[in-house]
Design a protein. Structure first.
Ligand code: CO
Length: 491
């Protein structure tokens, strides 16, 4: 376990300026399609396949600013690696809301995270028609390219052209407006496991399992007491595990048009976090759902989970409290020093005694954790994440972090002072059995040129610096999640 750095961190010069960081929150309205020719270093010749990214492409509608980046319309960025070259394409998901607002040239919908239609509460009262923005993740599964957003059904895209084809309902197993989260997991048997949250005073959690053909082979639902704000989950061989963050939801200000659903959620420091353990696979018919408790904390993303005998081990990025979205705040003026950092924690759960132990593994502020895709739900050694440049402080993500759980050591590649990182994707080297033998690919916003780079790192050795930096012709606003497929899409 790491110890904290000396208390004089406040004296360290900041690794960034807020102005540089804000540049990554400007809209990208244009759609591009080109071979990348401005490259530092060399693209590995055995790196072959397609990197897919999703995130808010627009942070304003025709100059009217959105209240929070999470309300921004989904834009897919695609980087295809083939024969030592790379091709870039980006395209907006043509959701109903995107098309309507682009046509109208103004905000027509309320956003989950505080974007309101102009005109104050009178214009927003009783308008519960939230815009489906398809902005959180993008996966290629069962021959289908799907843009995911946790509160509604996926959008189906043409993987060659990124054209939007409509919504995906998996042969009618998913119903209209039914949720399908943005955090699916692929288990070691090649099944895609995903969930849906139907919030309310009590919450329904639905779990889907899909085969490699993209068909839903099982769907089970469970009623959970209380309101749930759950963005991610973890799976093991026998369980799906959810952390019910201690929050209270007051729907009245939202219904009255005074605030968004995101703003109506309040963190409860005096309430425990509940850990919901739902059996899957062969255990599903025989075991009951368990609900255990641990200390208050807020989790957006988990790293991984696995079973050892009667124990389940879960690694997560945990915040001491939730950063609440205030109605009159400006996210671009975030005071990072005032917010609690996301840090790497481990939870040990004993299924016999129902005892939960937790401890801090590392205090560096980090987010968007990833691992080798073959280790999902299994014991593992290495994790990677976007991270702050300096230890012990809360700051924007400027580094890519590697943590060795076996040795307790870390490595950091940093784009500071003017670069800002995002989620890294781990791409295993073809035919290698070594856990960290592969590449980390991440989009880095470079404030100096107001453009983004596709940065390729050697996952085994971050210290040797970038293998290649592919300079795009433009910036890409800070994104959320993405994935990699060995398929080649360049049309
Ligand atoms: Co997420």
């Amino acid at each position: 376990m790491q110890t904290l750095e000396p208390e004089n961190n406040q004296l360290l010069a900041k690794s960034y300026t807020l102005k540089d960081w804000q540049g990554g929150y400007e809209s990208l309205t244009e759609e591009f399609d080109y071979w990348i020719d401005d490259i530092e270093g060399e693209i590995p010749s055995d790196l072959s396949g397609t990197l897919l990214r999703n995130g808010p492409g627009l942070l304003d509608i025709n100059g009217q600013r959105l209240h929070h980046p999470f309300d921004g319309d989904g834009m897919i960025s695609r980087v295809t690696f083939t024969n030592g070259r790379a091709h870039f394409r980006n395209r907006f998901v043509q959701t109903e809301g995107y098309l309507a607002e682009q046509k109208a040239g103004k905000i027509l919908y309320r956003g989950v995270f505080g974007t309101e239609k102009p005109g104050g509460w009178l214009a927003n009262i009783f308008d519960l028609n939230i815009k489906h923005i398809a902005n959180t993740n993008v996966i290629y599964w069962g021959g289908k390219l799907l843009a995911l957003w946790e509160a509604a059904e996926p959008y189906l895209l043409n993987p060659q052209t990124l054209e939007t084809l409509g919504n995906e309902y998996f042969d009618g197993v998913l119903s209209k407006k039914e949720a399908f989260s943005a955090h699916p997991k692929i288990d070691p048997h090649g099944k895609l496991v995903n969930f849906a949250i139907k919030p309310g005073l009590s919450t329904t959690i639905t779990i889907f399992e899909l085969n490699t053909q993209g068909k839903i082979t099982s769907k089970q639902s469970h009623q959970i007491k209380g309101f749930c704000f759950i963005h991610d989950f973890v799976i093991t061989e026998n369980y799906c595990i959810f952390f019910q963050n201690p929050v209270k939801f007051n729907p009245l200000p939202y219904v009255l048009g005074i605030s968004s659903p995101g703003q109506s959620i309040k963190f409860q420091t005096n309430q425990p976090t509940k850990i919901i353990i739902i059996p899957r696979g062969e255990k599903a018919p025989r075991e009951k759902v368990r609900v255990l408790e641990t200390e208050a904390g807020f989790i957006f993303h988990h790293v991984n989970a696995f079973e050892i005998g009667e124990e389940i081990i879960i690694d997560s990025i945990c915040y001491q409290s939730l950063i609440e979205v205030e109605p009159n705040s400006d996210y671009r003026e975030t005071d990072f020093d005032k917010n609690s950092p996301g840090q790497l924690w481990r939870f040990n759960i004993n299924l016999s005694t129902h005892k939960v132990e937790n401890y801090l593994i590392n205090d560096r502020a980090c987010e968007f954790p990833v691992i080798h895709p073959h280790n999902v739900g299994k014991s593992y050694r290495y994790l990677y994440a976007g991270a702050a440049d300096q230890k012990g402080v809360n700051a924007p993500l400027q580094g890519i972090f590697k943590y060795d759980l076996e040795l307790g050591t870390e490595q950091l590649w940093s784009a500071a002072p003017r670069g800002f990182t995002s989620e890294p994707i781990f791409v295993p080297r073809p035919n290698s059995q070594i856990e960290d033998d592969g590449w980390l690919i991440t989009l880095v916003y470079d404030a100096e040129y107001h453009r983004s780079d596709v940065v390729i790192l050697d996952a085994a050795n971050l210290a040797k610096g970038a293998i290649a930096k592919l300079h795009l012709k433009h910036h890409i606003p800070y994104g959320l999640h993405g994935s990699f497929t060995p398929e080649i899409f360049t049309a």
